[in-house]
Unconditional design. Structure first.
Length: 535
């Protein structure tokens, strides 16, 4: 269900709202999350089309799911438009070069600080705020829309139909011509209507994009904004296409019943929609590359303003300092999905890290936090920390492993396959951060210790690994190649709590049995547990 902020966006571009009213609404939701239900099937469509033939590095689906990046995306998404939401989803996947990240960081902060500039852009974006605008990209990068085989005959048939209707007013004998042309055009309509119906939504919203882009191309700002310069370069094409695609933008649902019937018959017998569609497809093919640039320019403006709204709402953030070495340093880094996150610092981590500790103490959340922030640093250009000095790393994770009944795969076998991918990647020469939660938990203790130590040593030879485990024996096995950290619960008398602070060094003791005592377990059980643990 949409909250009130999302509902505001859903009606903002209705004509009954004045410019002043729209600005008031935009200001009322600035810096606030829009708790709408995202349609990820449509949102991710742009990303899938753009990266399907690309060799660039992207956050893979497994890591995306492990790190709950759909939720991170939804938190940052304060976009007005469908294209903006699609573009932000793509940005959060793509590892960028340093120059691009710097430009992004600077523009995001420009929009954060310069209210006048961002609001001018937002007002233009309101035209493309509907979910139907998700379909624009299918015209530009999806399968080519079908063009009728003989477009000139369609134009001729439409013109003859109109002429015969006009002639019938002067001479009734032309009624037979009207009847003949109506039957012919009805056959043509039925022949092509099913194949082109899906494209009409895309073309209708492409028109709205063109109008918004043309308005933005005429925008004057003191600060140089790269996307506006791109739109200015294409302003002539935008003006031309604005006229070419005009008919398809008519929203028939806003007309009364009689008007809808009249237009429906005109389309059926005079081929108005089919003619407009054919002309639009021809123009689309002619200017497809330019329209893709226009789409990216408009969508990236919306996405960057959305990110600016997000960083306006958080306690602090920083521009990452990228280094050529291997050491990771975060000063008070925190997780975006926690309402009252406890910041943690980790300074000068140049070796892989083994993290031990109790359940619920914060181990998994911490490694996810580092993974998310490494990704944010290289995709959106900022980190949720007071300072970050880090290398450029590709993040790969193994956190959520599931059995596969259909493929007869056990939990252990599924994890073996996942870690094997990491081993192959570790030999490619690229720099990786491997994040592993409870390594090889699906097998027995003795073999798990041997396998885990051997695999982790190999992975850490030329890459960084953050791994959590309950097997404190691994601390001795990996002491020469891994740095040791731990989380633990605090026990004070009859109370226990978690401070969620990472601590350097190995975990020296556990409080698991003490927790059983505090929870009221029978003394016979806790005494026997202590005796067995001591052995």
């Amino acid at each position: 269900m949409y909250n009130i902020n999302a509902a505001i966006l859903s009606v903002l571009n209705l004509k009954r709202f004045t410019r002043k009213h729209k600005l008031e609404k935009l200001r009322s939701i600035w810096g606030l999350p829009l708790e709408r239900i995202p349609n990820f099937d449509l949102i991710k469509y742009y990303h899938e089309l753009v990266c399907k033939d690309s060799g660039d590095d992207y956050v893979d689906d497994k890591t995306w799911a492990d790190l709950n990046l759909n939720d991170v995306y939804s938190l940052i998404d304060r976009n007005i438009s469908g294209p903006g939401r699609q573009y932000l989803y793509h940005l959060l996947h793509k590892y960028e070069q340093n120059d691009d990240l710097l430009k992004r960081y600077q523009q995001i902060n420009l929009f954060k600080e310069n209210q006048a500039v961002r609001e001018k852009i937002q007002l233009a974006l309101l035209r493309i705020r509907s979910d139907d605008t998700y379909f624009i990209i299918s015209l530009l990068l999806g399968e080519k829309p079908v063009i009728p085989k003989y477009p000139l005959l369609i134009y001729l048939s439409s013109a003859l139909s109109v002429l015969s209707i006009l002639a019938a007013f002067y001479n009734s004998t032309f009624f037979f011509a009207v009847l003949f042309m109506s039957v012919l055009n009805l056959i043509i309509t039925k022949t092509y209507s099913s194949g082109i119906a899906e494209s009409f939504i895309g073309f209708s919203n492409l028109k709205k994009l063109i109008v918004s882009a043309y308005e933005l191309s005429n925008m004057v700002t003191e600060s140089e904004i790269e996307q506006l310069s791109v739109l200015k370069e294409h302003s002539g094409i935008l003006k031309k296409l604005n006229k070419k695609v005009s008919h398809l933008v008519i929203d028939k649902t806003q007309l009364d019943a009689f008007a809808q019937i009249v237009i429906e018959y005109l389309n059926m017998f005079c081929l108005f929609d089919l003619v407009a569609y054919t002309k639009s497809v021809i123009e689309l093919y002619r200017y497809k590359a330019e329209l893709k640039e226009v789409f990216d320019a408009v969508a990236s403006l919306d996405a960057h303003i959305a990110i600016a709204s997000y960083i306006s709402s958080i306690p602090f953030y920083s521009k990452p300092e990228f280094i050529s070495g291997n050491a990771i340093s975060f000063d008070e880094v925190y997780h975006p999905l926690l309402d009252e996150a406890v910041p943690n610092s980790i300074i000068g981590l140049s070796r892989s890290a083994l993290i031990t500790g109790s359940n619920m103490a914060g181990k998994t959340t911490f490694i996810k936090c580092i993974g998310v922030n490494i990704i944010l640093s290289q995709t959106l250009g900022f980190t949720l920390s007071k300072r970050a000095v880090i290398p450029k790393l590709i993040v790969k994770s193994s956190i959520k492993i599931e059995d596969s009944i259909e493929n007869s795969k056990s939990y252990y076998f599924a994890e073996v396959e996942e870690i094997q991918k990491f081993i192959r990647l570790s030999k490619t020469g690229k720099k990786y951060l491997f994040i592993i939660d409870e390594i090889f938990r699906g097998t027995n203790t003795v073999e798990r210790l041997g396998i885990s130590a051997a695999v982790l040593k190999q992975l850490s030879d030329s890459n960084l690994v953050l791994v959590t485990t309950h097997d404190i024996e691994l601390q001795d096995l990996l002491n020469n190649s891994f740095s040791m950290y731990h989380f633990n619960e605090q026990v004070e008398g009859e109370k226990y709590y978690f401070d969620f602070r990472i601590k350097e060094g190995p975990c020296s003791s556990g409080n698991a049995i003490k927790l059983l005592e505090l929870m009221g377990y029978p003394e016979q059980i806790t005494t026997e547990a202590k005796r067995s643990a001591a052995k």
